[in-house]
Design a protein around this ligand. Structure first.
Ligand SMILES: *Cc1c(COP(=O)(O)O)cnc(C)c1O
Length: 381
C-alpha cells in the first residue's frame, strides 16, 4: 500500500484512499512535539520520557527535537536504543529490580541515576555501581487511589522503609533522591499532593535531604469525549505543594510521563469486520493487538466512526458489545462501547489517544496484529 512513504492529512484521507484492511496507527509528530513543549514549559523541573509507553524510534526522535533531554529506561535494550538515538541524553534506570548482568550493562553504558525499593536490590547497587556522582532514588508508595490502576501493587517501599533506604544511600556515598509513581492515567491531582507531603516526611525521618524528587508518570491523556485533562493544573499543584512541604529544602523536581506525553499523538484506525446478526460488533483489532490496555484501564470513548468513503457517521450513540478478531473469548472490550446506531460492516472505528501501551504490546496471536504505523499532519477528521 506504500503507507509508510506518505504524510497524510488526517485519518479520513487514509481510509478513503487506502481502505486499510489491517489496523493502522496514525502518528501526528506535531501533536507529540506540542505536548512535549507543554510539559517542558509548564512542569517545574526536568521532563523525562518513560520509554516503555511507546519505544517507536520516531517518537524518541521527535521528543529529542522538541527538547526532551532525559529518558526513563527499564532494560538494557531501552538503554542501548536511547544511547544510539540520543547520545547526550540522561538515562534514569528506574526499574527497581535488576539482574546483575543488567546492572553491569548499565554501568558500562554510563547510567548515573537508579531507583530502588528494597534492601536486597540496594545491596546489589552498592556492590556493583561506583558511587561517585551517581544518584540513587528511593521509590516509595502510599495506599492512595486516584489512578486507573495502582502501580504500588508491584513497586515501592513503605514510607518507613524508604527512610531507612535513603539513609543507606547517603551513607554509601551516592546522591540521595526520592521517587514515586502515582499510578497511570491519574486524573486526581490530589494524589500528587499526598505523595509530595509524604516525601518531605521521609526526608525528615531519615534526616537526609533529597537532592531530587521524581514525581513519576501518571499524567493523564485524553481518553473521553469533552475537555482534555488539565495538565497545567497538575503542574501548578506540584509546584505549590513542593514548596509548602519542603520549604527551603525543596529538592529539584523531575517527572517521567509516558502516557501523558505520547498518548494523544496517535489514533488507531480499526475496521468493522462484521455486525453479527445486527448486535455484536467485531473489529479487526482487539485486546491482543492495539487495544490491550482497555480491559485494564477502561474503554477509550473518544472515538470517531467513518464510512469506507471517509465520511463521519453521526447516528445516535448506542452501547454495543465489541469483540476483537481472535477466537479467544477474552478478546472483548469491557462493558459496552457507545457507537453510532447506523454503524455498518466495513466502517472504520478510530480510537483517539492511542499512543501509549498500544503498539508496544501488540501481539501476533491467532495470526492477527499486522499493524502499520503512518504519519499524519492531524488526527482530527
Ligand atoms: C511506566 C512508568 C512510567 C510511565 O507511566 P505513565 O503512567 O505512562 O506516565 C514512569 N515511571 C516509571 C518508573 C514507570 O515504570
Amino acid at each position: 500500500m506504500g503507507l509508510s512513504k506518505t504524510i497524510w492529512a488526517a485519518p479520513s484521507e487514509i481510509i478513503r484512499t487506502q481502505a486499510p484492511e489491517h489496523p493502522v496507527m496514525v502518528f501526528a509528530p506535531t501533536v507529540l512535539q506540542a505536548t512535549a513543549r507543554r510539559f517542558i514549559a509548564g512542569f517545574p523541573g526536568m521532563v523525562t520520557y518513560a520509554v516503555k509507553s511507546n519505544p517507536d524510534e520516531m517518537v524518541i526522535e521527535n521528543l529529542v527535537a522538541a527538547g526532551v533531554q532525559g529518558f526513563d529506561v527499564a532494560s538494557p535494550a531501552e538503554i542501548d536504543m536511547i544511547r544510539r538515538l540520543a547520545p547526550g541524553a540522561a538515562l534514569h534506570y528506574n526499574n527497581p529490580v535488576r539482574a546483575r548482568g543488567e546492572i553491569a550493562h548499565a554501568v558500562a553504558a554510563g547510567v548515573k541515576s537508579w531507583s530502588v525499593d528494597s534492601v536486597s536490590e540496594l545491596d546489589k547497587l552498592i556492590e556493583m555501581v561506583p558511587p561517585l556522582g551517581c544518584e540513587i532514588s528511593v521509590r516509595f508508595k502510599l495506599p492512595v487511589a486516584g489512578a486507573a490502576y495502582n502501580f504500588g501493587a508491584k513497586f515501592g517501599a513503605t514510607a518507613e522503609l524508604a527512610a531507612v533506604l535513603l539513609r543507606r544511600v547517603a551513607a554509601a556515598g551516592f546522591v540521595p533522591s526520592l521517587t514515586f509513581h502515582p499510578g497511570t492515567q491519574c486524573t486526581d491531582p490530589m494524589t500528587w499532593d499526598a505523595y509530595l507531603r509524604a516525601a518531605a516526611e521521609i526526608c525528615e525521618t531519615a534526616g537526609v535531604p533529597a537532592f531530587r524528587l521524581n514525581v513519576g508518570g501518571g499524567f493523564p491523556s485524553h481518553r473521553q469525549p469533552g475537555e482534555a485533562p488539565a495538565l497545567e493544573a497538575i503542574f501548578t499543584l506540584i509546584d505549590r505543594v513542593a514548596t509548602e512541604a519542603f520549604g527551603s529544602a525543596r529538592p529539584k523536581l523531575v517527572c517521567e510521563p509516558g502516557r501523558g506525553l505520547v498518548g494523544d499523538a496517535f489514533a488507531l484506525i480499526t475496521q468493522v469486520k462484521a455486525v453479527r446478526d445486527g448486535v455484536h460488533v467485531f473489529l479487526n483489532d482487539g485486546v491482543y493487538g492495539g487495544l490491550t490496555e482497555l480491559p485494564i484501564v477502561g474503554n477509550i470513548e473518544r472515538i470517531e466512526v467513518h464510512t469506507p468513503e471517509g465520511k463521519p457517521r453521526s447516528g445516535e450513540l448506542v452501547g454495543r458489545v465489541v469483540f476483537g478478531p481472535t477466537c479467544d473469548s477474552v478478546d472483548r472490550l469491557p462493558g459496552d462501547l457507545p457507537l453510532p446506531a447506523d454503524l455498518a460492516e466495513g466502517d472504520y472505528v478510530i480510537f483517539m489517544g492511542m499512543g501509549a501501551y498500544s503498539s508496544a504490546t501488540n501481539t501476533r496471536f491467532n495470526g492477527f496484529g499486522q499493524m502499520t504505523t503512518v504519519t499524519a499532519l492531524s488526527l482530527n477528521g
